[in-house]
Design a protein around this ligand. Structure first.
Ligand code: GLU
Length: 363
C-alpha cells in the first residue's frame, strides 16, 4: 500500500518544512492510513446509483487516491448525508441543496435536526434538475405533469429531495401525480421505455447514459423546468441556480433545455481523519486537469468554483489545510465562525491567512 500524500511540494509555504517533516514522520510511524471515521484503513466514498455520475466520480477518486478505497453505491444524497452523520462512511457525494438542509436540519432533515459535525470538502459538477418524458405523453412543461405517472425518485435520493422542494414551491403535493413512483435511478429509464411511467426526474450531471438510453431508445425527450416557482427558488436559495442542458447532448434534435440545478459536493464529518480528507483533496487538485479529463460533466470546474460554490457546511479541516497551502483560502462564505470554533490542535494549523478573495492558481 502506498502512503497517502500529505502535501503538494510545489505549494508548501517556506515556513512549514519542519512541521511537514514531523507530520511525515508521524504518518510513517502510524502505519497504514486510518481513513474512515472509525479505526478502518479503507476510504469509503458513498456515491449513489450505478446509473449516475456520482458512482463514476467515486471510482475516479479511488483510482487517483492510490490507497485502499471503495466507491460504495447508495440510495443517493440524502442517504449519504445520513451515513456521514452515522459515521458509516469516510466521505460522501451529496447535492448542495441537501447539504444545506442537513446542516440546518430543515426539510427532509427536520426530524434528525441540524448536523453540526457536517463538513464540506469541495464542490464538483453541476447537476441540472432534469425532467424526461415520453413524447407520446403530451407533456410539454412541468405543469402538464399533473395527473400523469411520474417517478419522483427513491427515498434517500437527491432527485426526490429536490422534487419535494419544487413541488412545495409549485403548490402541489405528490397527490398531483397518478401515481407518484419511487423507482431508483437505474430503473426509471427502463420503466419509461415500458410505458409504466410517463415522466421521470433526475438531478444528475450530463451527459448521462441512463438519460441517453431513454431519449435514444425509447422516444423520450427533455422538458424545460421553468416558471415563477423556479424563479423564486433560485432567487431565495444560494445553493440552487439556473441551469441549461446544452443542445445536442442527447441527439441532434435535442434543443437546449432550461431548468434549475444544484452542485454535486463532497462532504465528510468533522470526525473524519483530516489526513484522509487532505489526501483526497490533493488527489483532485494536484492535477486538476487530469481529474477533469475523467468525465465531460467536470468541464467547467475551477478551483475557485470548487471551494466557493454550493458549500453550506464549514470546510473540513483537512481540506482547509490543502487550500491554505495553495493560497486559495480566504475567509470565504463557508468559513463561518462556527467553523473557527471547531479548529482542532492549533499546533497542526498554519497561521490564519489574511482576508482576501480566493485566487485562481496560475498553472
Ligand atoms: N444527485 C443524485 C442523488 O443525489 C445522484 C446523481 C448521480 O448519481 O450522479 O441522488
Amino acid at each position: 500500500m502506498q502512503p497517502h500524500r500529505t502535501a503538494s511540494p510545489r505549494a508548501m509555504p517556506p515556513s512549514r518544512p519542519r512541521l511537514r517533516l514531523i507530520l511525515l514522520l508521524l504518518a510513517a510511524l502510524a502505519g497504514p492510513p486510518a481513513f474512515a471515521q472509525g479505526d478502518v484503513s479503507t476510504m469509503v466514498i458513498a456515491t449513489a446509483s450505478p446509473a449516475g455520475v456520482y458512482h463514476a466520480t467515486g471510482r475516479t477518486l479511488c483510482r487517483l487516491l492510490e490507497a485502499p478505497c471503495e466507491a460504495r453505491t447508495s440510495d443517493g444524497s440524502a442517504a449519504n448525508l445520513e451515513a456521514v452523520r452515522a459515521g458509516e462512511v469516510t466521505v460522501a457525494l451529496a447535492q448542495s441543496d441537501l447539504q444545506h438542509y442537513a446542516v440546518t436540519g430543515t426539510r427532509g432533515f427536520a426530524d434528525a435536526g441540524p448536523d453540526p459535525a457536517l463538513r464540506s470538502v469541495m464542490s464538483l459538477h453541476g447537476e441540472p434538475f432534469t425532467l424526461v418524458v415520453r413524447r407520446r405523453s403530451g407533456i410539454r412543461a412541468f405543469d402538464d405533469l399533473q395527473g400523469h405517472a411520474v417517478n419522483v425518485g427513491n427515498p434517500g435520493s437527491g432527485q426526490r429531495g429536490t422534487m419535494m422542494t419544487l413541488l412545495e414551491a409549485w403548490g402541489w403535493t405528490l397527490d398531483a401525480f397518478r401515481p407518484a413512483y419511487a423507482l431508483p435511478a437505474d430503473q426509471q429509464s427502463l420503466e419509461l421505455c415500458h410505458g409504466k411511467i410517463d415522466a421521470m426526474v433526475y438531478t444528475v450531471g450530463h451527459p448521462n447514459p441512463s438519460i441517453e438510453q431513454a431519449v435514444r431508445l425509447c422516444d423520450a425527450r427533455l422538458v424545460d423546468v421553468t416558471g415563477p416557482a423556479v424563479d423564486r427558488l433560485v432567487a431565495e436559495a444560494p445553493f440552487l441556480t439556473r441551469a441549461t442542458i446544452p443542445a445536442g447532448l442527447y441527439g441532434d434534435d435535442q434543443p437546449a433545455v432550461e431548468t434549475f440545478g444544484v452542485r454535486a459536493t463532497l462532504v465528510a464529518s468533522a470526525d473524519t481523519d483530516p489526513e484522509a480528507v487532505y489526501a483526497l483533496v490533493a488527489a483532485v487538485f494536484d492535477d486538476l486537469e487530469a481529474f477533469k479529463s475523467r468525465h465531460p460533466a467536470y468541464s467547467d470546474l475551477t478551483p475557485e468554483r470548487m471551494i466557493g460554490e454550493g458549500l453550506s457546511a464549514p470546510l473540513h479541516e483537512g481540506a482547509k489545510r490543502y487550500y491554505r497551502e495553495r493560497g486559495w483560502l480566504a475567509d470565504a462564505p463557508m468559513d463561518d465562525p462556527a467553523n473557527e470554533a471547531e479548529e482542532p490542535d492549533a499546533a497542526d494549523e498554519p497561521p490564519a491567512e489574511p482576508e482576501e478573495p480566493p485566487t485562481v492558481p496560475d498553472n
